[in-house]
Design a binder for this molecule. Sequence first.
Ligand code: PLP
Length: 451
Amino acid sequence: MKVQTENQTLIQKDKEHLWHSMSRFNANASPMIASQGEGSWFKDMEGNKYLDGVSGLWCLNLGHGRKEIAQAAYDQMVNISYFPLTLSHVPAIELSAKLSSLLKASYTSYFSNSGSEANEVAFKIARQYQVQNGNPGKYKFISRYRAYHGSTMGALSATAQANRKDKYGPSAPGFLHVPPPYSYRSTFESDLAAAEYIREVITWEGPDTVAGVILEPFISGGGVLIPSKEYLTRVAEICKENDVLLIVDEVVSGFGRTGEMFGFMHSEGVQPDIVTMAKGLTSGYFPLGATAVQSYIYEKFKEEGDKQHFRHVSTFGGHPAACAVALKNIEIIEEEKIVERVSQLGSTILSELRDLESLNCVGEVRGIGFLFGIELVADKQTKEPAADELLGKIIAVCKEKGLIIGRNGDTIPGYQNVLILAPPLSSTEEDLRFLVDTVKTVIEEHDLKQL
Ligand code: PLP
């Protein structure tokens, strides 16, 4: 009785004082309040247990309760609790060197607190670099429709999902969008034609006006779009030919999510000029963003002069505890061979999920590593997207059965029709069995029902 009253009080306080991300206020529904987590599972205040099939917001890559990570934060906090990166500290030094070695070229990292910030920093560095490299007119960025690059004004301007931007306009000037490779619905004949379209936009905008192209190797929140590996290779060539910086957003795809340490590593000959990271960098145990730039970019910021250096500061960016957590997180990923595991198990899961394509309501199943999208349709012939209610119902029934799954973000009305699975990379085979069986059963049941 006492516990129930305490829960009610918490719910009441939540409803009055806590503003939730991306959630419509619902006076009649209670928020799901987490009380305890272990591995890929968590319990809510009522004691219901759930498998987190989306790793929180695609970040809890090593699952809950890793004591070594907590210990790394504790040890750091009782030693040097805070220190700014206007000066320096050991965990940031070690982490920047580690990222450079993981990226397999010489990179210098600027640390911030989130994926949005990491992208903001990338845009500012890219513009300043172009100016200091003798190309002051190169200020535009190209990103793809359906992409999400963050919620702050610059990152939101690069984001090309109309619903997300509604009521926050106008966007920052200088951000252009092109269609992504998306073989299921594309107007392009091939993924390479989608890459060539970027060349065309650069040509017609004027190569001397374009600073960079930003893209995720695999659009994640926008509906899990998996292009052929040659797409990114071709985009990288086009960027190089036009002196345009290739900025790869690895906020979701970094640190093993796709079965490579970084998503761009699936494509031959790609070495991005700038790589942005967050989420899996700390497996969500601490906020941290990183913007890694190749050394020839950093060189331009070392030159003599009043305003040649990067004039950007982040009080908490690269917090010593966050960097210590990231280092321990990476150590575990390497020791437990998480990347190899995700690559192997991911292909098996994908082929099992592909059985769903025989159903009327499933248009296409896509995936790579531990990132899966199941595109639901109302009509297989016309590919008309499935009704919102069908996705809502499937997500709700999975939840009743103890599984949390997601769907693609606010792209445009009617096109939030992709169910998304992105379980923790450390999920046990038993966890993954539960995930696949539950999703398949629930979708099969709803195919028969046809709402
Ligand atoms: N980039 C991508 C691809 C993302 O999916 C996200 C967040 O979901 C971001 C950037 C922004 O990250 P954050 O929420 O940490 O600002």
